[in-house]
Design a protein around this ligand. Structure first.
Ligand SMILES: Cc1ncc(C[n+]2csc(CCOP(=O)(O)OP(=O)(O)O)c2C)c(N)n1
Ligand SMILES: [Mg+2]
Length: 410
C-alpha cells in the first residue's frame, strides 16, 4: 500500500549502469512479418495498437516476410546497402579527422544508418526534410557530393555555408534538406508549417519532420502535433528512438506513454513503430506515411526503434553512463549486416563482394577527403572570408551590421 502523507519524487532509472550486464529483456519485439499493413485510408482509431508493436520485415534467417515486404527490387536494395556502407565509411573517416584536429566537431550515425538512407528513398523530388544532425543518410542516399559535406565539416574556402554553421549542420534546398538548427525540436514546428504552406498553396510537395527521442520532451514537438493534427498537414512526423539523449536514457522523455509512437494517439494521428535497423521495414513504413500525406490524409507519426552505437558526438564518452557492451546486446542487430545477409540469402551478394565493396567505398571516401582538404581544414589552408558572416541573412543589410563590417575592414 502506498504511504499516506509522504510524497516521493519519481525519477525513471535505466535498467543498467556502467559495470552492469546489458539487459534488453524488457524490449518486446514483434515477430518479423506479424504486423498487418492497413490501407492508407484506415481510421486511426482502428490501428491504435500499432503504436505499441514493431513493424519488421527481415527475419533472423535474412528473409523478407509479411505484408510490408516486396516493395524494393534487388538493385534498389543493393543501392541501399551501398548508401549505408558509404555513410558508415564517411563517418569513420570524419570521426578520425576530428581526432586529427581537422574539424572541431563530428557526429556519427553508427547503428542508425538504415533510418535516413531508407527514408530518403520514400520521398519525391521537391519534398522537404527538416532533419536533425543524425540524418546525413538523407544526403548520401540522394547523391549529394561527399566533398561538399566535407567542405562544410572543415569550414574551408569551399564550405557552401561559409563557416556559419557548426560542422555537420548541412543545408541543401536542392536535395530537400532544410538547414539544421542546433536548437533541438525547432525543426518539428518548421516542418509542419512548411507542410501547411504547401497545402495552402495547393502544391504537391510534402514535408518530413525529424526529432530524437530525448528532444520530444521539448514543447515544440507537442505544438507541432497540435497543428499537424488540426490542419491535417501533409507531413511525416519521424521520431528516431536511439535509446539515448546524450547521457539520458529514453525513459525520461518517454515518461509514462509506453512508447514514443503513443504520443501521437492523443492527437488522433496514425502512429506506427518500426524496426529502425531493418532497411526494408523503414522504407515500407516511410512509403505508407508519405502516400497518406500526399493523398491529403494528413500526418503520420513514425517511431524508429534503433540504438545509438557510437558516442553522442565527438565531445562525448558513453562509458561514463552505460555499459560498454550494451550495443552488442541490442536485440535488433546491425542494419548493414542485416541487409547484407538478406541480399546473400537472395543470391545477389556475397561476403567477398561485400569486402570488395567496403574497400571501393573507402577509396571513394578517401578521394573525396583529399579533394576537400585541398580547399582547407579547420586550421590549415583556405577559409571563408570574414566578410561572408555579414551576408545571407537580410535582403538589405541593416546599418548596425554595415558599421560592424566597416570596423572589421572586410
Ligand atoms: C533546445 C536544446 N536543448 C538542449 C540541447 C543540448 N543537446 C544537444 S543534443 C542533445 C540530446 C538529444 O537527444 P535526442 O533527441 O535523443 O537525439 P540523439 O542525439 O539521440 O539523436 C541535447 C540535450 C540543444 N541542442 N537544444
Ligand atoms: Mg536519442
Amino acid at each position: 500500500m502506498a504511504d499516506a502523507g509522504m510524497l516521493r519524487f519519481h525519477v525513471p532509472e535505466p535498467e543498467v549502469r556502467p559495470g552492469g550486464t546489458p539487459d534488453f529483456s524488457n524490449v518486446t519485439i514483434a515477430k518479423a512479418g506479424s504486423v498487418p499493413r492497413p490501407e492508407i485510408e484506415v481510421d486511426p482509431r482502428d490501428i491504435r495498437d500499432m503504436a505499441f508493436s514493431i513493424i519488421r520485415v527481415l527475419n533472423r534467417a535474412g528473409e523478407a516476410v509479411g505484408p510490408w515486404a516486396g516493395l524494393l527490387s534487388d538493385d534498389e536494395l543493393l543501392e541501399g546497402l551501398r548508401h549505408m556502407m558509404t555513410l558508415r565509411s564517411f563517418d569513420a573517416r570524419m570521426q578520425m579527422a576530428q581526432r586529427q584536429g581537422k574539424t572541431s566537431f563530428y557526429m556519427q550515425h553508427l547503428g542508425e544508418e538504415a533510418v535516413s538512407c531508407a527514408f530518403r528513398k520514400a520521398l519525391a523530388p521537391g519534398d522537404m526534410n527538416f532533419p536533425t544532425y543524425r540524418q546525413a543518410g538523407l544526403l548520401i542516399a540522394d547523391g549529394y557530393p561527399m566533398v561538399t559535406m566535407m567542405n562544410q565539416i572543415y569550414s574551408n574556402e569551399s564550405d557552401p555555408l561559409k563557416g556559419r554553421q557548426l560542422p555537420i549542420m548541412y543545408s541543401s534546398k536542392e536535395h530537400g534538406f532544410f538547414s539544421i538548427s542546433g536548437n533541438l525540436a525547432t525543426q518539428y514546428i518548421q516542418a509542419v508549417g512548411w507542410a501547411m504552406a504547401s497545402a495552402i498553396s495547393n502544391d504537391s510537395k510534402i514535408a518530413a519532420a525529424w526529432i530524437g527521442d530525448g528532444s520530444t520532451a521539448e514543447s515544440d514537438f507537442h505544438s507541432a502535433l497540435v497543428f499537424a493534427s488540426t490542419y491535417k498537414a501533409p507531413v511525416v512526423l519521424n521520431v528516431v528512438n536511439n535509446q539515448w539523449a546524450i547521457s539520458t536514457f529514453q525513459g525520461i522523455a518517454r515518461g509514462g506513454s509506453g512508447t514514443f509512437a503513443a504520443r501521437g494517439l492523443g492527437f488522433g494521428i496514425p502512429s506506427l513503430r518500426v524496426d529502425g535497423n531493418d532497411y526494408l521495414a523503414v522504407h515500407a513504413v516511410a512509403k505508407w506515411a508519405a502516400e497518406r500525406a500526399r493523398k491529403n490524409l494528413g500526418p503520420t507519426l513514425v517511431e524508429y526503434v534503433t540504438y545509438r552505437v557510437g558516442a553522442h558526438s565527438s565531445s562525448d564518452d558513453p562509458s561514463a553512463y552505460r555499459p560498454k557492451a550494451e550495443s552488442d546486446a541490442w536485440p535488433l542487430g546491425d542494419p548493414i549486416v542485416r541487409l547484407k545477409n538478406h541480399l546473400i540469402q537472395r543470391g545477389v551478394w556475397s561476403d567477398e563482394r561485400h569486402t570488395q565493396a567496403e574497400a571501393e567505398i573507402l577509396e571513394t571516401v578517401i578521394a573525396a577527403q583529399r579533394e576537400a582538404e585541398r580547399h582547407g581544414t579547420l586550421h590549415a589552408g583556405g577559409k571563408p572570408s570574414a566578410r561572408d558572416m555579414f551576408e545571407g541573412v537580410y535582403a538589405e543589410m541593416p546599418p548596425h551590421l554595415r558599421r560592424q563590417r566597416q570596423q572589421a575592414g572586410v
